[in-house]
Design a protein around this ligand. Structure first.
Ligand code: SF4
Length: 86
């Protein structure tokens, strides 16, 4: 049985495969608000056509991962979903 830390098989089907991680996660240096908004919209547009979006979001919520774009949601959106302050 695969544990939560095992590489989930659904990731093989993600529409983001081959995309730059820079679209889905913020840079280590400061990112302006308008740059962040545009980056997140680009990432979400990829998620919108992803066949495993639900699995991806469930995984991020289960891990309580509040960094980057997962399942078409931003970190702030997931923080709200799991009851953490945004
Ligand atoms: S929902 Fe988005 S982040 Fe998740 S696998 Fe699909 S394209 Fe990648």
């Amino acid at each position: 049985m695969a544990g939560i830390c095992a590489f989930p098989a659904w990731q093989e089907q993600g529409a983001c495969r081959g995309s730059s991680a820079q679209e889905f996660f913020p840079p280590s240096a400061n990112e302006r608000r308008d740059e962040k908004r545009r980056r997140e919209l680009r990432a979400k547009s990829i998620c919108a056509r992803c066949a495993v979006r639900d699995e991806c979001l469930d995984y991020a919520l289960q891990l309580r991962d509040v960094h980057g774009i997962w399942g078409g949601t931003s970190a702030i959106e997931r923080r709200r979903m799991i009851g953490l302050s945004a």
